[in-house]
Design a protein around this ligand. Structure first.
Ligand SMILES: Cc1cc2nc3c(=O)[nH]c(=O)nc-3n(C[C@H](O)[C@H](O)[C@H](O)COP(=O)(O)OP(=O)(O)OC[C@H]3O[C@@H](n4cnc5c(N)ncnc54)[C@H](O)[C@@H]3O)c2cc1C
Length: 310
């Protein structure tokens, strides 16, 4: 097991001042992931602004402290041993403005909230993201999308910082968006703000569309159980869910984790699943799909934390 990170009282105070918020110690990650799984983070902080985030990154980089930046925790499988170093949440960086058809949103803004609030202003751009329970930053990281829409379709510019907190701007082209990937993932950059284009549409039409999309999700996805959405990427031209279903794997379980009976690409936390249960189930499903169909499934969910010897 990797060694727990220790910080002096002075360092913790310094970090709290930088963030403008209390630093949490040994905080259970299960409270911050949609899977409801994950051991403790040694430290957790929530910077109040992109500038504060930049300072935290510069400081942790200079001190050689490991860190993980997270949004809403809706695409994370955190190990049972938890996360060494500092988890930096973007949840307090959620301000946004929409003027003249342009959105500027901080990375912690939640996509469903944006979709709804913009709908109230008769603006569309994030409508299809109404059921993606992640932050703008997490969405940019893996080019989130649904119903034929991707965040890359509306993004015009991304403000970001590198691991040392140096600020930069990336054009849409420089973001190198691809299926479930971006320059943030490739280069280890952290998004701080997105600039996106919006279009004006009748409010009621947008609201109607949102309720149809949410109803469709509720029919097709096991939303009543904790999960991280689709766990495998779609191999080119094929749906991972369909392949898993073809192999008769719906309902297969390891410990408290099971392949959903409603959507085969969802692994659900049925009852007290551990990260290890989910990981073993991911490996089992990938192995059976490979042996049966020859297709290789790669996880879409991000495995993070201390997996040493597990
Ligand atoms: C019920 C359910 C349905 C879902 N449906 C969809 C769907 O339809 N389409 C879809 O694409 N996804 C879907 N997802 C998955 C998930 O919501 C998306 O991947 C979302 O974009 C993750 O955002 P997050 O803020 O939760 O990221 P997190 O889970 O917090 O983090 C995921 C990754 O993003 C990185 N990250 C987070 N913030 C930043 C940042 N500011 N800068 C750089 N990197 C960052 C993290 O380091 C981590 O590697 C679903 C999940 C659930 C639980």
């Amino acid at each position: 097991m990797a060694e727990r990170t220790t910080l002096s009282e002075k360092a913790v105070n310094e970090l709290s001042l930088m963030c403008g918020w209390r630093v949490l110690v040994d905080e259970p990650m299960s409270s911050y992931t949609t899977f409801r799984i994950g051991g403790p983070a040694d430290f957790m902080c929530s910077p109040s602004s992109p500038e504060a985030l930049s300072k935290v990154l510069a400081w942790t980089s200079a001190e050689g402290i490991g860190r993980l930046v997270m949004g809403a925790g809706s695409n994370l499988l955190v190990s049972d041993r938890g996360i060494r170093g500092i988890v930096i949440r973007t949840n307090r960086m959620c301000a946004w403005t929409a003027e003249d058809g342009n959105l500027v949103a901080e990375a912690g803004a939640l996509m469903p909230r944006l979709a709804n609030d913009l709908a109230g202003m008769g603006l569309s751009g994030f409508t299809e993201a109404c059921g993606i329970p992640g932050s703008v930053g997490g969405g940019l990281y893996m080019n989130a999308g649904a119903y034929g829409w991707n965040i890359s379709d509306v993004t015009t510019l991304v403000e970001a910082v590198d691991g040392s907190g140096n600020a930069m701007e990336l054009t849409r082209e420089e973001m190198a968006f691809g299926p479930k990937t971006s320059a943030l993932m490739r280069d280890g950059l952290i998004a701080t703000r997105v600039h996106a284009k919006l279009i004006s549409i009748d409010k009621d039409r947008i609201r109607q569309k949102i309720s149809e999309l949410l109803e469709d999700r509720a029919r097709k996805q096991p939303l009543e159980l904790p999960s991280a959405g689709c766990v495998f990427r779609n191999p080119s031209g094929k749906g991972a869910g369909r392949l898993i279903d073809q192999c008769g794997l719906k309902g297969t379980s390891v410990g408290g984790a099971a392949v959903s009976n409603r959507h085969a690409n969802f692994i659900v936390n049925v009852k007290g699943a551990t990260a290890r249960d989910v990981r073993e189930l991911l490996e089992l499903v990938a192995r059976i799909v490979r042996e049966t169909t020859g297709e290789r499934l790669e996880p879409e969910v991000r495995l993070v934390g201390d997996w040493d010897v597990e």
